[in-house]
Design a protein around this ligand. Structure first.
Ligand code: CTP
Length: 315
């Protein structure tokens, strides 16, 4: 059976039929992994030509001049004309153009990382990408590491945890220390309500002199990526941050390793119950994301030697 076709259980749902799905995954996962250079090059060049993440993923002053029109990828009828004020918040040059990395780790937030001891292995990657401002201190470090070169921030976190940055902003700035001078990637132009809070995040970082570098997803890139994955058979309202970052990594890095990607509520080896995240059990918005279907596609890339999924412990 194919996990994509079954109504696979999400983390912490009663795991009916889990065993069958897991057995199938394990069977596909258990073959010795070997990078298949041809498959990797082919997939990468498809992504390069269709999505152009290496020079389009992030809005810059070079690719988005004053007066250009940004079309929101989550609300197609909404657009925004770039004013000098907004333009001033854009990074000057694209952080990735003409740059490639050897090994990259993309860290999803799945509960599969709990007690994995994968921290050191993750941190040994040249470039480490994390999703949604995840906690790294208080005992998590051993299992998830702390090196961060790029971290995404969903504006909903800024709203829920930091009062949408409408009042005191120091707690937000303090929380960013964990990520050092990494890039902070915000989907400022995906939905209308994302824009003001993302701009406030950028202004706050500048005003407080925080070393983190705020940058914005280019909605055109997100749109192209959604079309690309649809052409690969993915039916989802929105791509998850994890698959977006895995896709970008495939354009930027020779060896892509994924950790914390396991949208099921039972561990694939120990069969013990798992929380949705390694730090809490907050559920995924199933209305928007099709994480089990995304996982199936990522597992396919793993089997083809394009990228490497890590489902086991790193001891
Ligand atoms: N993830 C996963 N399995 C889980 C939890 C998360 O594979 N049990 C991956 C997903 O690709 C997800 C990423 O890790 O996008 C980051 O997790 P999370 O912060 O939970 O993302 P969400 O808030 O659910 O959603 P979004 O993708 O919209 O940011």
């Amino acid at each position: 059976t194919n996990p994509q076709k079954k109504s696979a259980p999400q983390s912490s749902d009663p795991c009916k039929g889990c065993r069958e799905i897991i057995d199938n995954v394990i069977e596909r996962y258990s073959q010795t992994w070997k990078k298949q250079e041809d498959n990797y090059q082919k997939f990468r060049s498809q992504l390069n030509s269709k999505c152009r993440g290496f020079n389009k993923a992030i809005i810059t002053q070079a690719n988005t001049p004053v007066g250009s029109k940004l079309v929101y990828d989550g609300e197609k009828r909404r657009s925004l004309q770039v004013t000098p004020e907004i333009f001033s918040t854009f990074v000057k040059e694209h952080p990735f153009s003409n740059k490639t990395w050897g090994t990259c780790a993309v860290v999803g937030n799945g509960g599969i990382l709990t007690n994995s001891s994968c921290g050191q292995t993750i941190d040994s990657a040249q470039f480490v990408i994390r999703c949604n401002l995840p906690p790294l201190k208080n005992g998590y470090e051993k299992h998830v590491g702390n090196k961060t070169d790029l971290v995404t921030a969903n504006p909903s976190i800024l709203v829920e945890k930091y009062g949408a940055l409408m009042a005191h902003r120091r707690p937000f700035v303090d929380s960013l220390h964990t990520y050092g001078n990494s890039l902070l990637l915000l989907p400022a132009f995906s939905f209308g309500h994302n824009t003001p809070v993302s701009l406030r995040a950028a202004y706050t970082i500048e005003d407080f002199g925080s070393p983190i570098k705020p940058v914005f997803f280019n909605p055109e890139y997100l749109q192209r990526l959604a079309v690309f994955w649809r052409s690969q058979g993915l039916r989802a309202v929105r791509l998850s941050t994890g698959i977006i970052m895995a896709s970008l990594a495939l354009e930027l890095c020779a060896d892509v390793h994924l950790y914390g990607f396991w949208p099921f509520s039972t561990h694939p080896h120990g069969f013990h119950p798992l929380t949705n995240h390694y730090y809490d059990d907050r559920k995924t918005k199933m209305k928007f994301h099709a994480m089990p279907a995304e996982f199936d596609l990522l597992l396919r890339l793993h089997s083809q030697g394009v990228l490497r999924l890590h489902l086991g412990d790193c001891r």
